[in-house]
Design a protein around this ligand. Structure first.
Ligand code: ZN
Length: 466
């Protein structure tokens, strides 16, 4: 028998029933949502340590001032309180009620000022009256508050306001996490997400929770490929990771940026910069197999960390499966992107898609037929029913027609019509060059069915993996 790794199918089996994963995801979302995250600071540490309880991974600190290519790790920002109050001490804008109220990286302040002075530091969304916008000022020392336009309209233009921000902005470090799930194919893929937004749900608490659940899932399996999991603040964190791991990052084969995975809308897929890379093709097959109505987004330079990881020096093709993609929903980057907008059920639905896509990636081997003169005689190897004639003929096995119909009753070992079809296709195209993904695209048969056929054929010395 030709050596073959028969584990990849197991990738598709969840570590716990999906409903159990949903309630776990829900608990994590509730627990992590209130934390004030930013590029740096204790909010990121608290988030990562909570996720480490799901599954362990390395946490690393990169000191402020460290040069990372063209960028420098900024000072660390922490905040304990922030508010704007009126003359009678009533807090009109209160960080404790919603951390999105405070512009990220605001410098400390304790002053009383006129509305006009304060107004220069206020941010609202006139088009979305009841939403607090999310704003940051990472690389320009400033301060500010965000509030709903409704709140803003009610503020007395002639009054004086007390403004207080108890924050610290001083040398510390940037915190990130990583873990390598090791396979033996020599191919490595990147699974990244970002952890820097305060109390916002879909963008990107949902991505962080999915990242941890997916990491735990793959750690529990024997994988063919390696998977490098990275969780870091967006942009600067990805750049820092690239600069500190340049040698290995240049060798990666592709990957995914996990973001906005739990909204109520349609699933979507943002293609890699290549558009027809293995990652794109695997996701496309996965969506077809799931018969998933989805939106396709071509690569765009505006987005997330794919533009760092896909930079010319590393050029890792990165795709993104999302559910309500960033930029596309009204509450994006506002306080309305909250726990009412997302759900653990939606998150786990996207987790399933990622598991299926990675399962397909794992099952996508390339094989060579060891018998090429004609169709091999399958029946003498027990790979074909002994009574002929009743097999449903199909020129091309359409995915939706993949009925597991036994050729002979009460015999689990007897191949189905689908199995036979798949074995014949794999023998026909398996020339050492065509991958199972190629054959899947040509025939419409799922990777799982083709992979099962390849395993059977290898076991019977009719096929070998290249
Ligand atoms: Zn964002």
């Amino acid at each position: 028998m030709t050596a073959i790794n028969s584990e990849p199918e197991l990738i598709l089996t969840p570590s716990a029933p999906w409903e159990v994963l949903e309630s776990e995801a829900d608990e994590l979302l509730q627990q992590l949502f209130p934390i004030c995250r930013s590029l740096t600071g204790d909010g990121v540490r608290e988030t990562l340590s909570t996720l480490q309880r799901v599954t362990n991974f390395e946490v690393r600190e990169i000191p402020s001032g460290t040069e990372c290519y063209d960028w420098t790790i900024p000072d660390e920002w922490n905040v304990t309180d922030a508010y704007v109050s009126d003359s009678s001490g009533v807090k009109l804008i209160d960080f404790q009620k919603n951390n999105v109220h405070l512009v990220g990286y605001s410098v400390p302040i304790d002053e009383t000022m006129s509305f006009q002075e304060l107004d220069e530091h206020l941010h609202t969304l006139p088009g979305l009256h009841d939403a607090i916008p999310y704003r940051t000022s990472y690389y320009h020392r400033d301060w500010g508050f965000c509030l709903t336009h409704e709140q803003y309209s009610r503020m007395d233009r002639n009054a004086e306001y007390k403004v207080r921000i108890d924050s610290t902005l001083e040398p510390g470090s940037l915190t990130l996490g990583d873990y390598l799930v090791e396979g033996d194919s020599g191919q490595e893929f990147l699974i990244s997400t970002y952890c820097c937004h305060p109390s916002l749900g879909n963008d990107n608490l949902s991505g962080q929770v999915l990242w941890a659940l997916l990491l735990r899932h793959l750690k529990g399996k024997k994988t063919r490929h390696s998977y490098r999991f990275v969780i870091a603040p967006e942009t600067i964190g990805a750049i820092a990771y690239l600069s500190q791991n340049e040698h290995v990052m240049k060798t990666l084969s592709g990957g995914f940026v996990l973001t906005t995975v739990a909204g109520p809308g349609k699933h979507g897929y943002k293609q890699t910069f290549l558009g027809d890379h293995l990652i794109d093709r695997v996701v496309s097959r996965t969506f077809k197999e799931e018969q998933l109505d989805h939106t396709l987004y071509p690569f765009d330079i505006n987005g997330s960390d794919e533009r760092q990881y896909s930079s010319q020096n590393s050029r890792i093709p990165m795709g993104t499966i999302c559910k309500d993609k960033y930029f596309e929903y009204d509450s994006y980057h506002t306080s309305l992107d909250n726990l009412d907008f997302i759900s653990a059920k939606n998150l786990v639905a996207t987790l399933k898609l990622y598991i299926s896509a990675i399962g397909n990636l794992e099952m996508n081997g390339t094989y060579r037929s060891l018998y090429t003169y004609s169709e091999p005689m399958l029946s003498k190897r027990g790979l074909y029913p002994t009574i002929g004639g009743h097999r449903k003929q199909k020129a091309m096995g359409q995915v939706k027609d993949q009925v597991e119909k036994k050729c002979s009753a009460n015999d689990a070992e007897t191949p189905t019509a689908l199995d036979i079809n798949a074995m014949m296709w794999v023998m026909f195209y398996g020339d050492g060059l065509a991958s199972l993904l190629d054959i899947s695209e040509k025939t419409g048969l799922s990777l799982k069915v083709l992979y099962g056929a390849a395993v059977k054929l290898c076991t019977n010395d009719l096929l070998e993996e290249v």
